[in-house]
Ligand binder design. Structure first.
Ligand code: GDP
Ligand code: ZN
Length: 447
C-alpha cells in the first residue's frame, strides 16, 4: 500500500483564532505518536478525549484524538488527528510536540499527494479537493465536490475504455497485414470512432463549463481606447478599480476584477487597447491582453455607435466557443440616444457606463452565461483538463484521416496511442513529476 517511509504533520485548520483547530499526522509513526499523546494504544476511529502534553509532561491542550489505521484513511497511511482549541499558539506547540515524536512538517498538498500515490483518489479528484477548499461560490463548491467524488473522473474513464477498445481493435488489424485494409474498412471501427469523437466533444463542453464553475466565467473586455472599457469594468464591479481617463492607452496592463452575481463568479479582464505600440510597457500589456482574449469565455466589445461596425474586428482572436457581446456605450450622449431606436437589436446592448443605464441588463446576461448548466450533475474542472481533451480531440481527428483517407492502420493506432496518453493525464494514469509538483505545490498546507 503506502510507500512513504516518513511521517508528515501539519496544522490542518485555517489560520487565526477559532473554536477548534486540528493537527493532522500521516505515516508509519502515526500509531506510536498516538500512543504517546494518549498514554495508551488508541482504538481505531474512536474519539478519545485526551490531555495533550509536551515532552516535560506539561499540558499543551485538552482535546479529541482520532486514529485511523491505514489503508482505510484519507491518505491510505496510518493517520492521526489531534483536535484542540483553535489557537495558533497552542496548535504550533502541538505540532512541535508531534515533530519531536518523529514527524516532519508536511509540504503543501502532501496529504492529498499521498492519497493520490496510494490510489485513494485519482489526480482529477485530488485537484478537486483543492478546488473545494478554494471555492468562492456555492455552485462552484458543489461542482468541485462532485469532481472530488469522482463524477468527472468516471466520465474520463468511460471515454478511456472506449478509446482502448478501439485501439485494441485496430492494433489487432495491423497484426494481419494481408487483411489489414479489409479489416480497417470494417464499418464497426468507423462507427466506434465516430461515437468516441461525439462523446469526447460532449465531455469537452461540460468540462469547459466545469472550468467556468471553478474559476468563474472569463470575460475579456475589448475595444478601442476611450470606448469606456475601464468605466464599464468599474460599473460592473461597483467600485473604482480601473483608471479612467481621457487619454487613450491609459490602461497599460490587464486589469482583473472578480464580480459575483447571484452566486456566479465573473472574472472580468479589461484589456489594454489592442493596438501596435512602441512603448515597451504598453507592448507587454498588449501581449497579456491577447493572452486574455485567447482564453476567454465571453468577449465583450465596448464601442460607440459610430465605430460599432469597424470595431467588430476586436473579436479577432477570441476562441470559437466564446460568446460575443457588443456593448454600445455612452447612450447618455444625446446624439447617440436620438439614433438608438433605429439601430436597436438583440445581439447588441445599449448602455451607459457613466450613468449606469442598461448595466443591469448586461449583468443579467453575464449571470445567465455563468450559471448556464450549473445544476444537477455539473462537475468542476481545470483548464489543464480542457487542454488535455483538446489534444485528444486533435489526435482523434487525425485517427479518422488515417483510417478513412489514408487507410493507414499503423498511423491510426499511433494517433490513438497519443490520444490515450493525453486522456490518461487527466486522472493521472500518465503523469510526470513536474505535473504532480505543479498540482500539489499549489495546495494549502495541511491538505
Ligand atoms: P477605455 O480607454 O476604453 O478604458 O475608456 P475609459 O473607461 O477610460 O473612458 C474613456 C472616457 O470616456 C472617459 O472620459 C470616460 O469618463 C468616458 N466615458 C466612459 N463611459 C461613458 C459613458 O457611458 N458616457 C459618457 N458620456 N462618457 C463615458
Ligand atoms: Zn481603460
Amino acid at each position: 500500500m503506502s510507500h512513504a517511509d516518513d511521517t508528515i504533520a501539519a496544522i490542518a485548520t485555517g489560520a487565526g483564532a477559532a473554536g477548534v483547530g486540528a493537527v493532522r499526522v500521516s505515516g508509519p509513526l502515526a500509531p506510536s505518536i498516538a500512543r504517546a499523546m494518549l498514554g495508551r494504544a488508541p482504538s481505531p476511529r474512536h474519539a478519545h478525549f485526551a490531555a495533550f502534553r509536551d515532552g516535560d509532561g506539561d499540558l499543551i491542550d485538552r482535546g479529541i484524538l482520532l486514529y485511523f489505521p491505514g489503508p482505510a484513511s484519507y491518505t491510505g497511511e496510518h493517520v492521526l488527528e489531534l483536535q484542540g482549541h483553535g489557537s495558533a499558539v497552542l496548535l504550533d506547540a502541538l505540532l512541535r510536540r508531534v515533530v519531536a515524536l518523529g514527524a516532519r512538517l508536511a509540504r503543501p498538498g502532501e496529504f492529498t499527494e499521498r492519497a493520490f500515490l496510494n490510489g485513494k483518489l485519482d489526480l482529477a479528484q485530488a485537484e478537486a479537493v483543492a478546488d473545494v477548499v478554494a471555492a468562492t461560490s456555492e455552485a462552484g463548491a458543489r461542482a468541485a465536490l462532485r469532481s472530488m467524488e469522482g463524477v468527472f473522473s468516471a466520465r474520463v474513464d468511460a471515454l478511456l475504455a472506449e478509446l482502448i477498445a478501439l485501439r485494441v481493435h485496430i492494433e489487432a488489424a495491423i497484426d494481419f497485414p494481408e487483411e489489414e485494409i479489409d479489416f480497417l474498412a470494417d464499418p464497426v471501427i468507423g462507427a466506434n470512432l465516430a461515437a468516441l469523437r461525439a462523446n469526447l466533444d460532449a465531455l469537452l463542453i461540460e468540462t469547459r463549463r466545469g472550468v467556468r464553475l471553478n474559476d468563474g466565467v472569463a470575460v475579456a473586455i475589448v475595444g478601442r481606447p476611450n470606448a469606456g472599457k475601464s468605466s464599464l469594468l468599474n460599473a460592473l464591479a461597483g467600485q473604482e478599480r480601473a483608471i479612467v481617463t481621457d487619454i487613450p492607452g491609459t490602461t497599460r496592463d490587464v486589469l482583473r476584477e472578480s464580480v459575483t452575481i447571484d452566486g456566479a463568479t465573473l472574472e472580468l479582464a479589461d484589456t489594454a487597447g489592442l493596438r501596435e505600440s512602441e512603448d515597451i510597457v504598453e507592448r507587454e500589456g498588449i501581449r497579456r491582453a491577447r493572452a486574455q482574449l485567447e482564453r476567454c469565455d465571453v468577449a465583450l466589445l465596448v464601442t460607440e455607435e459610430a465605430h460599432a461596425t469597424d470595431d467588430l474586428a476586436f473579436f479577432e482572436g477570441t476562441p470559437v466557443h466564446a460568446t460575443r457581446l457588443v456593448v454600445i456605450n455612452k447612450i447618455d450622449l444625446a446624439r447617440t440616444k436620438a439614433r438608438r431606436a433605429q439601430r436597436d437589436n438583440h445581439e447588441t446592448l445599449w448602455l451607459s457606463a457613466r450613468t449606469g443605464e442598461g448595466i443591469d441588463d448586461l449583468r443579467a446576461i453575464l449571470r445567465d452565461l455563468a450559471t448556464a448548466g450549473a445544476g444537477e450533475g455539473a462537475f468542476s474542472a481545470r483548464r489543464r483538463h480542457v487542454l488535455a481533451l483538446e489534444t485528444v480531440r486533435d489526435h482523434l481527428a487525425r485517427t479518422a484521416v488515417a483510417l478513412h483517407d489514408v487507410h493507414a492502420g499503423e498511423l491510426a493506432a499511433e494517433e490513438l496511442r497519443h490520444a490515450q496518453q493525453a486522456l490518461g493525464e487527466i486522472t493521472g494514469s500518465y503523469s510526470s513529476d513536474d505535473l504532480l509538483g505543479a498540482i500539489f505545490g499549489s495546495f494549502c498546507i495541511g491538505k
